[in-house]
Every structure is written in C-alpha cells, then in structure tokens.
Ligand binder design. Structure first.
Ligand code: PMV
Length: 327
C-alpha cells in the first residue's frame, strides 16, 4: 500500500519583514503543490527519491547514504527526515519508509516550498501508518521539520500550507483565517536568484539597530499597509491593492531587501499595466508579485518573461493538505 499527500506553497501579499517585529502579514496559498508518495519498507531505512532535483539516497540512523547525487544533498533532507520521524514518534509507530518527492513550487524563492514538503511528508507518513492525524497535528508536526531549516520560523508557512486559503498572521497574536472566496488576478515573477531568509532578516535587524527611530517608522508604515491591504482584499479593490503593493515595495526597498533584478521585474509588471507590484517574501532574490486587471494577466506575464524573470499566473488554493491511499 502507498499513500500520496499534497500541500500548497504560499505567497505573502503584505507584511514580510515588518511581521518579524509587529503588525500582520497577509498570506495566500497558491496553486503550486508539493507531492509526497510514501510506502513502507521491510528494513529501517528512510529513503528519499528526489530525482526531479537529481538526487536520491537513504538514511540509516542519522547517516546519509547517497544513491544518486552528492553526499551534501543529505543536509537538504533533514527537515523531511525530522518531520517523518516526529510523526512516527507522535503516533507511536515506526517503520522504514520510501518517500518520493515531487513539487512544482520553485525552491528557495520565498514560495513556501520547504513547508509544503514538510506538511505533505507528515500527512503521507501519518496516513500510511494509520495515525489518524488532525489538520492541526499535521501543521504542528510539520513545524518541527521547518525548525530544522529556518531556526524559529513564524509558523505562517506550515499553517497556510496545511489549511490553504487566505490568512493573516501576527507575532504574539497568531493565525487568523480570512473569510475570502474566489480568486485574485495575480502574477508571480521569479528572479531565479536563490537567497536566505535568515540572512535577510538579520540584515534588516542590523539596519534597525543602527537607525532605530527611522526603521521603526518604516516598520509601522508596513504594518499599516498590511492592515489596509487586508481591507482592500476583502473589498476586491484591485487598484487599491495595487497602490498598497507599490508603497510596500518602496518600504521594503528602504530597509534594503530589494535587488535590481526584483526592481526590474516590478517595473516591467507595472509598465505592462499591472495595478501594482512588489517583492514577495524575504527579498534579496526570489520572487515579486503583481496584481492586475484579469484581462492583462498575459501581458504582465509576458513583460516578466521579457525581463528574464519566470512568470507564474497563480490562483489562490483553497485546498490545504490532501491525502489519498493509492492501494
Ligand atoms: O522565507 P520567505 O521568503 O517566505 O520570507 C519570510 C518572511 C519574513 O517576514 C521575511 C520572515 C518571517 O519569518 O516572517
């Protein structure tokens, strides 16, 4: 018997970086998914097939044995390994596993690929071993894996990937599910530059340490943009969402997290008629996002391609984690 679980990636519409300090971040699940297929093994090994990414290998205890690809690739699997082991521990069962990883979420681009993979790993392992996990248990166990990669992440990625839809997240307040249905005309542009969230968060913190009053003012403004952004989303006021994205991009540039590749894509989208555009996620590379009239989705997409970005016309995914038995 094998089990397949899928979980969506995410995009931050408003509030990246400021959320680290105060104020909300507004996040959507996107229709790009990670898929894990899980099967029991007769031995104790936990084997990962990531052949889409060019590697495959297994863990025997904590030791990684490559089958295809380099040994260092094993480091990339730590989050999934922890997610699978914590799940087995939680349901008090143990087994060797074959885990096949497939995903159409770009990696290290701020689109929640690692959280989606962790959520799907927990769900697949839990279902395979009859763990009967609730969505909240899946979310919490996936967070254990996420901690391996990100230190102490806010928890927004595993939540959005588990539940789907639209959420607001505020440090110290937690997650609020937003009652919103239907789509938003959004285009994501991937700069194809990998970056580290941890390093960019540290850079903003250092700037704030050197200029506390100024940077706190910018953080407060970003929080205000985020609150207004949520109202504009609920009202489906695309031009207002666009204005707020433009202001948000300026504020994020002010704290030093944009790069010229992202600015070029943001301006290309605006030039093609988008209502507004901003970087999304930690910046320093990764992705930007634009809101446009539905009639202009293709134009904006083409403008991003012409500027050497990788465009994705995305929809909000209301399907969070999903699991099915393959027989
Ligand atoms: O990892 P990313 O690109 O989705 O960015 C995370 C958002 C930050 O606000 C920069 C960090 C955080 O933990 O909230």
């Amino acid at each position: 018997m094998s089990v397949e679980a899928t979980a969506p990636g995410k995009a931050i519409l408003f509030g990246e970086h400021s959320v680290v300090y105060r104020g909300p971040a507004i996040v959507i699940a996107i229709d790009r998914r990670a898929k894990i297929t899980a099967k029991e093994r007769d031995d104790e090994r936990i084997r990962f097939d990531c052949l889409d990414l060019g590697f495959e290998g297994y863990f025997e205890g904590d030791e990684y044995h490559p089958v295809a690809g380099e040994e260092w690739r094993g480091n990339r699997l730590q989050a999934m390994l922890v997610a699978a082991r914590k799940t087995m521990e939680h349901i008090d069962k143990t087994s060797g596993l074959d885990l096949t990883v497939r995903s159409d979420i770009p990696i290290a681009a701020g689109l929640g690929s690692s959280a989606a993979i962790c959520v799907a790993t927990v769900a697949a392992t839990g279902e395979l071993l009859d763990g009967n996990l609730s969505q909240q248990e899946i979310c919490d166990l996936a967070y254990e894996g996420e901690k391996m990669v990100h230190g102490t992440p806010s928890g927004v990625d595993n939540n959005i990937s588990t539940y789907g839809g639209v959420l607001s997240y505020e440090t110290g307040v937690g997650i609020e599910k937003i009652d919103f249905q239907g789509g938003l005309p959004l285009v994501i542009g991937n700069s194809k530059r990998k970056r580290s969230t941890r390093r960019l968060v540290a850079r903003v913190r250092a700037l704030r340490d050197r200029n506390p009053e100024l940077v706190d003012g910018l953080i407060d403004s970003m929080g205000e943009v985020s609150r207004k952004g949520l109202e504009a989303i609920k009202a489906r006021d695309y031009p207002m969402i666009g204005d707020l994205m433009n202001i948000n991009h300026g504020l994020l540039s002010s704290v030093g997290v944009s790069i010229s590749r992202l600015d070029i894509l943001v301006h290309a989208a605006r030039g093609a008629g988008a209502y507004g555009a901003k970087l999304t996620g930690a910046g320093g590379g990764g992705c930007m996002i634009a809101i446009t009239d539905p009639d202009k989705l293709r134009d904006v997409s083409r403008a991003i391609s012409r500027s050497r970005g990788e465009p994705h016309i995305v929809n909000i995914s209301y399907e969070g984690v999903e699991t099915r038995r393959l027989g």
